[in-house]
Design a protein around this ligand. Structure first.
Ligand code: GUN
Length: 349
């Protein structure tokens, strides 16, 4: 395959983590990697975000224990001002993951028709609450609430989404306090699969503040897990197919169901699907989840691909837990060596 630096279909190369294979990859014991032969006979690896995320959570558990020894219990607060089903589900999943790891979580629900000040007063109280180390306002908020003001209202030290302009600026400057959870999860997933981003042509499809922009920023950093040449495509991009077709790594984050199919991909591309789109159907649940990538055709061309669900999603939650524990450590002045492997991606390279 026109296989630039990105990845080999064989055994993973040496990595920066734990002096060999990335910890997550090793401990996942192959569960993270499920191979199937594509049309050209090359093996396609399907990455298991649950397995990689679980391995990372083992390190996080050690971090929680270290905090407990210092008398600190990490705390996350979520704020939901929406009736949206998917948002409610995401928030519920975040709380469940916190409980599993020994992170305290509290939830504030605000009627979506309430005045914006109700939300801002809630965030102010959480900013002042010393039991709360991380605050997350689930997006989107209703139209009558100024989203920019919401992002600025969370104190940057508790901004575990990393959406506050101070944290965005620090990320861009290569001095991240927190990395945004989904792009960071993608970066950790690529590292766990031993995908070398350095020198790779990466195409990010989507320019959202939550995924596309920070993803591009992480991939261009002069750091481990960065050093890629990045193109950001969006709804006004002329000839998306030709841009995607040149990519060694495709990050699909447009929020458009099955926008990218196998015919658009370069043979051997690494494909990360961030999309979670609900397609209504007659099933009991009433919908099926599909990504931004048409999985079956893409799998025939890709060397590495993430499924939906079970790819990026679990990694997003894992990195939220990581940011919450990191925030607790920073706020309490407790060093957390168990988190050091995960911070490898912040090292200059
Ligand atoms: N809505 C969709 N993704 C996210 C996320 O990562 N954080 C928040 N706060 N809201 C979201």
């Amino acid at each position: 395959m026109g296989m630039h630096p990105v990845c080999s279909a064989d055994a993973p190369r040496s990595s920066t983590r734990r002096g060999g294979l990335p910890a997550a990859y090793v401990a996942a014991g192959g569960r993270a990697i499920n191979c199937k032969r594509g049309v050209q006979g090359a093996m396609t690896r399907v990455l298991d975000g649950n397995a990689v995320g679980q391995t990372i959570r083992e390190d996080l558990e050690t971090g929680v224990e270290t905090l407990a020894d210092a008398g600190v219990t990490p705390g996350l607060a979520t704020v939901l001002m929406s009736d949206d089903d998917a948002s409610e589900t995401y928030v519920r999943m975040k709380h469940r993951a916190c409980a599993d790891l020994g992170i305290e979580s509290i939830h504030r629900e605000i009627d979506p028709t309430d005045a914006p000040e109700t939300l801002f007063d809630t965030v102010s109280a959480l900013n002042e609450d010393s039991a709360v180390n991380g605050i997350l306002v689930q997006m989107p908020v209703p139209d009558h609430v100024d989203k920019t003001r919401v992002l600025r209202s969370i104190t940057p030290e508790k901004d575990v989404d990393a959406f506050h302009p101070e944290n965005v600026g620090r990320l861009v400057a290569g001095d991240a306090r927190f990395k945004p959870c989904t792009p960071h999860g993608v970066q950790q997933l690529l590292a766990a699969a031993d995908v070398d981003t350095s020198g790779a042509d990466a195409v990010v499809v989507g320019r959202s503040d939550i995924v596309g922009k920070p993803m591009a920023n992480l991939l261009i950093q002069k750091a481990v897990g960065g050093n890629a040449t990045v193109t950001v495509c969006h709804s006004r991009t002329a000839d998306l197919a030709s841009k995607v077709g040149q990519a060694d790594i495709v990050i699909a984050a447009a929020g458009v169901a099955e926008l990218i199919d196998g015919s658009m991909l370069k043979e051997g591309a690494v494909v990360v699907d961030v999309g979670v789109n609900r397609i209504e159907d007659d099933s009991e649940r009433g919908y099926t989840l599909v990504g931004d990538v048409e999985f079956e055709s893409a799998r025939e061309k890709a060397s590495v691909i993430t499924p939906v669900p079970g790819g990026v999603g679990p990694m997003t939650i894992t990195m939220l837990l990581y940011n919450t524990i990191k925030a607790a450590g920073l706020q309490a002045g407790v060093d957390l060596p168990a988190l050091a492997d995960l911070a490898d991606l912040e090292v200059s390279a």
